[in-house]
Design a protein around this ligand. Structure first.
Ligand code: DOR
Ligand code: ZN
Length: 347
């Protein structure tokens, strides 16, 4: 039995850090384990311009624990009035590593997102020209489409037509949740990749709904049937370059999760790496964990891999993770896989 594994230090290619007191409270959880993270721009108001991304980056760096070398990789929130020249300048300066597409209404703070794709074509064409990736929240939001079908319909009616219209555009399908998403990413060639979250490898929709509603398992895209979870496990543990970790760790205070209209998001920054070691070991794929967490993402984003290393150790006793992170904004519940995990990060 393997009792430890050493990897290149991992990165998180999809992370919500928020702002203010919440940022201060949750940032150490990611900075402890991850070298870099792609930072989502869905603040209130959203991070739309290069100047806003620079100011947000400064606030993140100011909130880092002393001595941390964590690097936030900034993104811009695509709107119908985004200026292609501003995007190009923010990318050329090295500040911005991707642009995020939220279809309007898809999720938390997405009302400023895109309704009419014709309006964003000049930005997308500029991004294709300079090689800047588009990160997509891949769900349609039309009310006729069942929430469990939103991702598959997005692929057929939005993503595939868009990629045919601009074949040079580099796209990351964020937080895929279906077998259709995994299959589409695998067929897309080297301009297409997909992130997979930790929680979608662990829960299916029963976890949210059976035996009482479990708000801490509610996220978007919502977890699907078991067959889809198994397809995601197969994809993540395959080692294929088109799949890499994006935790989508999305903190909300408990008062807003345990609510009549609970917010979407699972907070996994604290325990993601031990949970992934458990998942990959269970599937006989510990040798593929480094590709998923530390190699495939930098290759797609055309960044160097990290020089540092991380060691995960498996103990006889179950690892104790905090139930909650106490922030000045309020308590945030840490994702509970529902079973004991024996792996821990040690160095
Ligand atoms: O569950 C989610 N939470 N999905 C998203 O797409 C957004 C995120 C958030 O910002 O809370
Ligand atoms: Zn997200």
């Amino acid at each position: 039995m393997t009792h430890h594994i050493t990897l290149r230090r991992p990165d998180d290619w999809h992370l919500h850090l928020r702002d203010g007191a919440m940022l201060q409270g949750v940032l150490p959880e990611s900075a402890r384990h991850f070298a870099r993270a792609i930072i989502m721009p869905n603040l209130v108001p959203p991070v739309v311009t290069g100047a806003q991304a620079a100011a947000y980056r400064d606030r993140i760096l100011a909130a880092l624990p002393a001595g941390s070398d964590f690097q936030p990789l900034m993104t811009l929130y695509l709107t119908e009035s985004t200026d292609p020249a501003d995007v190009a300048a923010a990318a050329a300066s090295g500040l911005v590593k991707a642009v995020k597409l939220y279809p309007a209404g898809a999720t938390t703070n997405s009302h400023g997102g895109v309704r009419n794709f014709d309006k964003v074509m000049p930005v997308l064409e500029k991004m294709a020209e300079i090689g800047l990736p588009l990160c997509t929240h891949g769900e349609v939001t039309t009310p006729e489409v069942d929430i469990f079908d939103r991702e598959a319909v997005f692929i057929d009616t939005v993503l595939d037509p868009l990629r045919r219209r601009i074949p040079e555009l580099r796209v990351v399908m964020e937080h895929i949740t279906t077998s259709q998403g995994a299959a589409y990413a695998a067929e897309g060639g080297d301009r297409l990749a997909a992130t997979i979250t930790t929680h979608h490898l662990i829960i299916n929709r029963n976890h949210i709904l059976v035996g009482g509603i479990k708000p801490h398992y509610y996220c978007l895209p919502v977890a699907k049937r078991e067959e889809h979870r198994l397809a995601l496990r197969k994809a993540a543990t395959s080692g294929k370059g088109c799949y890499f970790l994006g935790t989508d760790s999305a903190p909300h205070v408990d008062a807003l999760k345990e609510h009549a209209c609970g917010c979407a998001g699972c907070f996994t920054a604290t325990n993601t790496m031990p949970l992934l070691a458990h998942v990959f070991e269970e599937d006989g794929a510990l040798d593929k964990l480094e590709a998923f967490t530390s190699l495939n993402g930098p290759a797609f984003y055309r960044l160097p891999v990290n020089e540092g290393r991380m060691t995960l150790v498996k103990h006889e006793a179950a690892t104790r993770f905090p139930d909650k992170i106490m922030t000045e904004a309020g308590p945030v519940t840490v994702f509970d896989p529902g079973y004991p995990v024996h792996w821990a990060v040690e160095g």
